[in-house]
Design a protein. Structure first.
Length: 346
């Protein structure tokens, strides 16, 4: 029977990639016929490609389908693209929603790869293209700054503890202070580098300027959002963006009667979530519209942190709207869409 489609569905983890092979026949039946695990490195990638070519026909191109799982999928995606192979990268929420439609009782690496395979066979997916180098470079330096900030916070806590001791060691204190000073210098260098990267790319410079029209959003925040989304490459709507950041709301249910508290999923890009924390606090303090959203949500459920997260989500959604419309932040937007905001509020 003639084969219409061939897909290698890949579940990517930090150290390994779990692969299932599937095909669609001319009568539209789907067959999952092979499964194997490879190491998540170049040696494993070579073995994967060899295995796939051995078990597929050359007349029909094979699509390599995987989720956008943080950074773990990237090396494989780049390797496959460099080999001239067809790559499809799918947002995690699409796969999880599709998984619910299947009669799969147990979630394992194998069933996850099989689900991705079926998804790739049933859906008409757009081929992935390697993102512009500017986004990759920008992500490297924004993440480096984040690591630097965490290290500096640890040192400041250490310094505080050293000074609080009954008999503090002056030499130890001086060494910690010098390390903090070095990190301060390095942070300034990174911020200059970020500004230069943005300035040198005309398209990025334009969109970051527009995004920075949002209250509380700085160049660093705008650059982080663009870097972590590769310029919104895989994003098709606001819901996808909040899901990718792990700011989407999940409710725990058991049967028809037991319902848990709604919480953000946190199953997404932690760098995006971190990037929205301080901008949201700034917007709440200094912008009357976001302050009104925050106050309304606190009145509704009495939890300030929950209301702050809702503002984070709304700010992130607004960055995507600005990107799509290519317009600056409209101060009347939130008022014009108040009814929609109330429905979306957590």
């Amino acid at each position: 029977m003639k084969i219409l489609k061939q897909v290698a569905g890949i579940d990517v983890a930090k150290k390994e990639i779990v692969v299932s092979l599937g095909r669609m026949h001319e009568d539209l039946t789907i067959e999952i016929y092979a499964f194997k695990i490879f190491t998540n490195n170049e040696k494993g990638f070579m073995a994967l490609v060899f295995w796939v070519k051995k078990l597929t026909i050359t007349e029909v191109p094979v699509r390599f389908v995987m989720e956008a799982t943080g950074v773990y999928h990237e090396l494989l995606a780049y390797y496959l693209a460099d080999q001239g192979l067809t790559v499809n990268i799918v947002m995690p929420n699409k796969i999880s929603n599709f998984f619910k439609t299947l009669e799969v009782k147990t979630i394992t690496d194998k069933t996850a790869s099989q689900t991705i395979t079926v998804f790739g066979l049933e859906k008409n997916l757009s081929s992935w293209k390697k993102p512009k180098k500017v986004y990759k470079g920008l992500r490297q330096v924004t993440r480096e700054r984040g690591q630097l900030i965490e290290e500096r916070t640890t040192l400041k806590n250490q310094l505080h503890a050293e000074k609080a001791e009954a008999f503090p060691n002056k030499n130890s204190i001086q060494r910690v202070q010098k390390r903090i000073q070095l990190l301060d210098i390095q942070e300034k260098e990174i911020m200059i580098e970020i500004a230069e990267i943005v300035k040198q790319d005309e398209e990025m410079n334009k969109i970051t300027t527009l995004i920075c029209s949002l209250p509380g959003v700085s160049l660093l925040t705008a650059a982080t959002i663009l870097a972590e989304t590769n310029g919104f490459e895989l994003i098709r709507n606001k819901k996808q963006l909040t899901s990718y950041a792990g700011l989407d709301v999940k409710e725990k249910e058991s049967g028809t009667s037991v319902k848990g508290k709604a919480r953000i999923s946190k199953k997404g890009n932690k760098y995006l979530r971190k990037a929205m924390h301080f901008p949201a606090l700034t917007a709440i303090r200094h912008d009357k519209r976001f302050k009104a959203i925050f106050a309304r949500l606190v009145d509704k459920h009495g939890i300030k942190m929950k209301a702050a997260v809702a503002v984070q989500r709304k700010l992130l959604e607004m960055t995507y709207i600005i990107y799509k419309t290519n317009n600056r932040y409209d101060k009347d937007y939130l008022n014009q869409n108040e009814k929609i905001e109330n429905k979306e509020a957590v």
